[in-house]
Design a protein around this ligand. Structure first.
Ligand code: GMT
Length: 377
C-alpha cells in the first residue's frame, strides 16, 4: 500500500507512535509518506520505503495566525496525487482529522478517492477535545473519518461519551518493537548516575500539568528518606520551572538528574529500577510501556488507560491520582524486597511483549484494507 501519515513531529507519544508505525509498515514493504511540518524526531534512519514531505507555511504580514491547516491540506492533496496514496492515516484529531476531510473533498472533486483513518491519542479527546470551541469541528471530522481508532478501551469510552458520533471506534493499543529492547546494549552507565548501593527512579514526559511531575518529586522525597536513591528526569516542558522550585524547597535537587529531551530513552531506561507515572489522565502511557519493555516495573496512578497496561501487584502498582504516600509505599515495597522486585521485572517484560509491533501492526493493516475496499461515499 501507499500510505500517507500526518502527525505531530515533536516530542510526544502520538508522534512516536505514528513514526514507529510508519517505520514498521515500511519495513514490511509498504511505501510510507510522512506529511509534517518538520522531520519527526524518531524518523532518523534511511529506508527506501520511507518518504518525508515537509509542510512549509510562508510568513505573510497579514496573518496573525499562520494558515497551517490550509497548507497541510494542499500538501496532502499534492502527495496523494503524485505519490498515488491509497490511504491517509492521521494521528491526533486536532486539527488533522478536519484537514484530512478537507483534502479528501478536494481530491473527490478531482475524481480521486482518499479514505482517511483517524487515530485518537488522548488529550485530543480528554483535554483539548473538551474545549467547546473545537466541538463542532471534531464531531464532524470524526463522524466523517472512514475509520477511527483509539489507543485504549478507556479512550474509546471517553470518546463515545464526549462525542455522540455514529462512527465505530476501534481499539488498537500502542506498541513497542520488543526485539529493539532485547538487543539493547546501550552506552548509558549506571555508575555515572548513582552509587552501587543507590536505587534509580525515573520519570519521562513532556512536563505538562497533566503529568503531575510534582508528584514524582514528592514520591521521590518520601522514598529517599527511607533508602538511598536518585531520580532521573527525562524530558522538558512548561512545568519545568515549578519542578526546579519544588526540588529546592524539598532540598532534593542534588539527587535529581535532569537529562532533558532524549529521542529514544531505551538506554537510560536500561539503568533504572522503577518508572514513576502519576498522571492526572493518561489514555495509554506509552512511556510506561517502553519502561516495561526494559524490565522496569511501574508505579503509576490508576487513571484512564493505565490499568490496561500496568497490572496492579504484578507489573507494578497503581494508586489514586495525587496519593503520593501510597505511591511511595508501593515503591518501597518493591525496592525493599529483592525477590519481589525481580519477579515484577520479569512480569513487566512479559506484559510488554503483549504489545509487540508484530501483534499490533496487522491490526492497522486490517483497518487500511477494509477502508480502502469500502472506498469513500
Ligand atoms: O502524553 C502526552 O502528553 C503526549 C500525548 C501525545 O499525543 O503526543 O500522549 C498521548 O498519546 C500517547 C500515544 O498514544 C499516549 O501513550 C499518552 O497516554 C497520551 N497522553 C495522555 O493521554 C495525557
Amino acid at each position: 500500500m501507499n500510505i500517507g501519515i500526518v502527525c505531530y513531529p515533536t516530542f510526544g507519544g502520538s508522534g512516536v507512535v505514528a513514526t514507529e508505525l510508519g517505520i514498521a509498515l515500511a519495513d514490511k514493504g509498504h511505501k510510507v509518506h510522512f506529511i509534517t511540518y518538520s522531520q519527526p524526531f524518531r524518523l532518523n534512519q534511511f529506508n527506501e520505503n520511507l518518504f518525508y514531505h515537509e509542510v512549509n507555511v510562508n510568513d505573510y504580514p497579514l496573518f496573525d495566525y499562520q494558515p497551517y491547516e490550509s497548507v497541510l491540506a494542499s500538501k496532502i492533496v499534492d502527495v496523494a496525487i503524485y505519490e498515488r496514496l491509497d490511504i491517509l492515516h492521521v494521528h491526533y484529531a486536532i486539527p488533522h482529522a478536519s484537514v484530512a476531510y478537507l483534502a479528501q473533498q478536494i481530491l473527490k472533486s478531482r475524481k480521486i478517492s482518499l479514505p482517511y483513518v483517524t487515530t485518537l491519542h488522548g488529550t485530543d479527546i480528554t483535554l483539548v477535545g473538551q474545549d467547546p470551541s473545537f466541538e463542532p469541528v471534531i464531531f464532524f471530522s470524526l463522524n466523517n473519518s472512514n475509520a477511527i481508532t483509539s489507543v485504549s478501551e478507556s479512550l474509546r469510552k471517553d470518546t463515545l461519551k464526549t462525542f455522540k458520533i455514529a462512527n465505530d471506534v476501534r481499539v488498537i493499543p500502542n506498541f513497542i518493537k520488543v526485539s529493539d529492547y532485547e538487543n539493547n546494549h546501550g552506552s548509558c552507565h549506571r555508575k555515572n548516575f548513582a552509587q552501587p548501593h543507590e536505587k534509580i527512579l525515573i520519570h519521562i514526559s513532556n512536563f505538562r500539568k497533566v503529568k503531575r511531575v510534582e508528584d514524582v518529586l514528592r514520591v521521590f522525597d518520601i522514598v529517599r528518606n527511607r533508602l538511598p536513591c536518585k531520580l532521573i528526569l527525562v524530558g522538558d516542558g512548561p512545568e519545568r520551572p515549578a519542578i526546579d522550585k519544588l526540588c529546592r524547597e524539598l532540598n532534593t535537587c542534588s539527587d535529581i538528574i535532569s537529562v532533558g529531551k532524549i529521542a529514544n530513552p531505551k538506554e537510560v531506561l536500561a539503568i533504572a529500577d522503577l518508572f514513576i507515572l502519576p498522571s492526572e489522565t493518561e489514555s495509554f502511557g506509552l512511556s510506561a510501556l517502553e519502561a516495561m519493555a526494559m524490565k522496569v516495573p511501574v508505579i503509576s496512578s490508576n487513571t484512564g488507560g493505565i490499568p490496561e497496561l500496568n497490572i496492579h501487584g504484578k507489573t507494578g502498582y497503581m494508586s489514586n491520582v495525587g496519593d503520593v504516600e501510597d505511591m511511595a509505599k508501593n515503591a518501597l515495597a518493591l525496592l525493599d524486597d529483592e525477590a519481589k522486585f525481580r519477579e515484577f521485572k520479569t512480569n513487566a517484560f512479559e506484559q510488554a511483549k503483549r504489545f509487540d509491533i508484530e501483534t499490533i501492526l496487522p491490526m492497522y493493516e486490517q483497518v487500511y484494507h477494509e477502508v480502502i475496499a469500502k472506498g469513500i461515499q
